[in-house]
Design a protein around this ligand. Structure first.
Ligand code: ADP
Ligand code: AMP
Length: 215
């Protein structure tokens, strides 16, 4: 089983993924998390990716495709995967489509989470993330029980460097130009489930889980 979460930055992909992996047998694969961890480790991948991420631009396709290839070959990646933030360009989507038959896998559903732009800016600039487990919170919409402390693991919360207003605006532009065309790409393949992401977190999850339960 392979599920893809599509949607602009701040749509709630990571937030919904947490619930989806809790209730369904899916291995979470977030290229953003993998890249941030490489930047933190200051390894070769991280050093190459950092400049693009800091500017709110996409990391080149060849680097991202290598990450995904390695992840899909892992044992847990073979069971069933939930992609968050991948694919993000038509080239990445074509790579995935070509790679799947060899892995004996297919894409079962693509959820496109749709949210108004003004709401996206508010969600991203108020986002706080756990430095240990990556869980996302929001200062206003989804605050942790104790200020700046993760409910799940007790880790410290931080604001991502790319969640500043200036970088958020660039990321939204990049999304429109490079990622939004994937909505049509998957619609024409009859794989798309549009989701109204303007509702509260549980309201969005209700729509997603009802589709997932029927797969
Ligand atoms: P993405 O992974 O798509 O970039 P996140 O899941 O990290 O987005 O969500 C972005 C921010 O918006 C986080 O601070 C999160 O707590 C908050 N958020 C997520 N879903 C909702 C929602 N339905 N309503 C309000 N805030 C939300
Ligand atoms: P995310 O955590 O999904 O918001 O991703 C954070 C940043 O990582 C993006 O702004 C890109 O710079 C980079 N990134 C994550 N996934 C991809 C991808 N599939 N292709 C290119 N760049 C990516």
């Amino acid at each position: 089983m392979l599920i893809i979460l599509l949607g602009p930055p701040g749509a709630g992909k990571g937030t919904q993924a947490e619930r989806m992996t809790r209730d369904f047998e899916l291995t979470y694969i977030s290229t953003g998390d993998i890249l941030r961890s490489a930047v933190k480790d200051n390894n070769e991948l991280g050093r190459k990716a950092r400049q693009y991420m800091d500017q709110g631009r996409l990391v080149p396709d060849d680097l991202v495709v290598d990450i995904v290839k390695a992840r899909l070959m892992d044992e847990d990646g073979k069971k069933g995967a939930l992609f968050d933030g991948f694919p993000r360009t038509v080239e990445q989507a074509v790579f995935l489509e070509k790679a799947l038959p060899d892995l004996g896998a297919e894409i079962n559903r693509v959820f496109s989470i749709e949210v108004e732009e003004s709401e996206l800016i508010e969600r991203l600039t108020g986002r706080r993330v756990c430095s240990d487990c990556g869980t996302s919170y929001h200062l206003k919409f989804n605050p942790p029980k104790v200020r700046n402390v993760c409910d799940q693991c007790g880790g410290d919360l931080y604001q991502r460097d790319d969640d500043s207003l200036e970088t958020v605006q660039e990321r939204l532009k990049v999304y429109k130009k490079q990622t939004e065309p994937l909505i049509d790409f998957y619609r024409t393949r009859d794989l798309l489930s549009p989701i109204d992401g303007n509702q509260d977190i549980e309201g969005v999850y209700k729509q997603i889980s009802s589709v997932l339960s029927d797969l």
